[in-house]
Write a protein that binds this ligand. Structure first.
Ligand code: DOR
Ligand code: ZN
Length: 435
C-alpha cells in the first residue's frame, strides 16, 4: 500500500524540516519527504491548509486499567489520544493493582496492542502499591518494558529508598519521572494556597510542597547520576529550580501541562471540582513562569496528565472529589491558542515539545517523520476555531474545566502506521464544531 500525502506543510522537528512538501508512506512507514515526489499511489490524501506533523507523544496519561475502568479503559483512552492527534502514550502506574509487577505491566502493554488504536507504553511503579514503603523490582519492570519509573499521583517520601531507586535507574539508564509533592505540607488542601483558596475556604496546597520535592529529586539525580524527569511543573520557583539544575549539568528534563499554562486557581472558584488537579492550578505569575519555562527550554515537553474521573466522583464537594482532568482532546487547541498564536512558541518549538522531545526523554521510537520511521502522523488545522464540548470527547470521562472555551487549532486526522485511526470529517460524534 502506497499513500501520498499532498499539499500540506510538513513539520518534522527531528530534522528541522518545515516546508510545503509531500509525504510518501509505504508499508506503514515514511518512505520519503520532499517536493513534488513522483510515483504511483494507491491512495492520495489532500492536506491543503493542514500541518502534517509526527504523531504526538504524551508521556503522561492515566488510562485507569486495571481497576478503574469506569473512568477510562485502555481502548477509550487510546481513542481519546487519537482524537487529540496523539499516537504514542505513556501510562501512569496508579491503577488497581498498581503497575508494580511485570505481570501487570505486561497486561497493560498487551491490552494496548490488542485494544488500543495508538501505541501504548507504560511506566512502572517505584514502590509497591505506590505506598512509598517498599521498592519494586525495577530491573524486572525494565525487562518487561517499563519506559520510566514513577509513583505518579504521589511522591515517595523515604530518602534511603529513593536513593536506591535513583541508583538502580541510573544503572538501567531509565528516567525517574517525579510527581513532586511533600505530603506533610498538603494535608486536606484541594487547590493552590493563596487568595483564591482563602475565598473558597479551602486549606490550600502551598507551592512549597511541590518545590521541596523538585529540589530534593534534583539532588538525588545529581548524586546518583540518574536521569530525572519532573512531571507537571506548576510553580515559578519550581521552574527556576529546574533551570538552575540544568545550568549546572544535572540530567533533568521537565514537562508543562496545558492546564498549567492556561488556567489560574481562579478557575476553581468558577468551575469547582472540574478545576481540581494535582499539582493545583496556581497564580497568574506561575502561569507566566511555566510559559517562560517552555519558551526558554527549561520545560522540555508538553504532557497532558490526562486524568479521567467519573461524573459522580467530580460531583462530590471540593474537598472530597478526586484530583485530575482529561486533557488529550484539548492539548493541541490549548497549545496553539495559548502558545503558538500568541507568539510565545514557534510552530517548530511547539511541535517539538509534543513529539520528538518527549519521545527522546522516554526513549520511544516515535516523534519523527524521518524516512524509515513508522508513519504515525497528526494532521493539524492550525486555524480551526472550535468550542470545547466534553460531551463529544472520545474519552470515557468528561471532566474538563475547558468546556465552552473557544480554541484555535485542532487535530483533524490521525494515522498510526499509515492507517487512519481518527478522522474528524468521518468522526460524526458531533457537537464540537464552532463556526
Ligand atoms: O490531578 C491529578 N490526577 N494528579 C495526579 O498526580 C494524579 C492524577 C490522577 O490519577 O487522577
Ligand atoms: Zn502527577
Amino acid at each position: 500500500m502506497k499513500t501520498l500525502i499532498q499539499n500540506g506543510t510538513v513539520i518534522n522537528p527531528d530534522t528541522n524540516l518545515q516546508e510545503k512538501a509531500d509525504l510518501w508512506i509505504e508499508d506503514g512507514k515514511v518512505a520519503a519527504v520532499g517536493r513534488s515526489l513522483q510515483g504511483e499511489a494507491d491512495r492520495i490524501i489532500d492536506a491543503s491548509g493542514l500541518l502534517v506533523v509526527p504523531g504526538l507523544v504524551d508521556i503522561h496519561v492515566h488510562f485507569r486499567d486495571p481497576g478503574f475502568t469506569h473512568k477510562e479503559t485502555i481502548e477509550t483512552g487510546s481513542l481519546a489520544a487519537a482524537a487529540g492527534g496523539f499516537t504514542s502514550v505513556v501510562c501512569m502506574p496508579n491503577t488497581k493493582p498498581a503497575i508494580d509487577t511485570p505481570e501487570t505491566l505486561e497486561y497493560v502493554l498487551r491490552t494496548g496492542r490488542e485494544r488500543g488504536v495508538v501505541r501504548v507504553y507504560s511506566s512502572g511503579a517505584i514502590t509497591y502499591g505506590i505506598r512509598g514503603e517498599e521498592l519494586t523490582d525495577l530491573r524486572a519492570l525494565a525487562q518487561a518494558g517499563a519506559v520510566t519509573f514513577t509513583d505518579d499521583g504521589r511522591s515517595p517520601m523515604n530518602p534511603k529508598l529513593l536513593l536506591e531507586a535513583f541508583r538502580t535507574a541510573a544503572e538501567l539508564d531509565i528516567p525517574i519521572s517525579s510527581h513532586c509533592e511533600e505530603h506533610s505540607l498538603v494535608t486536606e488542601g484541594a487547590m493552590n494556597r493563596g487568595r483564591a483558596s482563602e475565598a473558597v475556604g479551602d486549606p490550600g496546597i502551598p507551592a512549597l510542597a511541590e518545590e521541596l520535592v523538585i529540589a530534593r529529586d534534583i539532588l538525588f539525580a545529581e548524586d546518583a547520576g540518574a536521569r530525572l524527569h519532573i512531571q507537571h511543573v506548576s510553580t515559578a520557583r519550581g521552574v527556576q529550580l529546574i533551570r538552575e539544575a540544568k545550568q549546572r549539568g544535572v540530567k533533568v528534563t521537565a514537562e508543562g501541562a496545558p492546564h498549567h499554562f492556561t488556567l489560574t486557581d481562579e478557575r476553581v472558584v468558577t468551575h469547582g471540582t472540574l478545576a481540581k488537579v494535582n499539582p493545583p492550578l496556581r497564580t497568574a505569575a506561575d502561569v507566566e513562569a511555566v510559559i517562560a519555562g517552555l519558551a526558554d527550554g527549561t520545560l522540555d515537553a508538553i504532557a497532558t496528565d490526562h486524568a479521567p474521573h467519573a461524573a459522580e466522583e467530580k460531583a462530590l464537594p471540593l474537598g472530597k472529589a478526586p484530583f485530575g482532568m482529561v486533557g488529550l482532546e484539548t492539548a493541541v487547541g490549548l497549545t496553539f491558542t495559548a502558545l503558538v498564536h500568541t507568539g510565545r512558541l514557534s510552530l517548530m518549538e511547539a511541535i517539538a515539545k509534543l513529539t520528538v522531545v518527549p519521545a527522546r526523554i522516554m526513549g520511544l521510537p516515535a516523534g519523527t517523520l524521518a524516512p524509515g520511521a513508522a508513519a504515525d502522523i497528526a494532521f493539524i488545522d492550525p486555524d480551526k476555531e472550535w468550542i470545547v464540548d466534553p460531551a463529544a470527547f472520545r474519552s470515557k470521562s468528561n471532566n474538563s474545566p475547558f468546556a465552552g472555551m473557544k480554541l484555535k487549532g485542532k487535530a483533524v486526522r490521525t494515522m498510526v502506521a499509515g492507517e487512519t485511526v481518527y478522522d474528524e470529517s468521518g468522526a460524526g460524534k458531533g457537537g464540537a464544531e464552532g463556526q
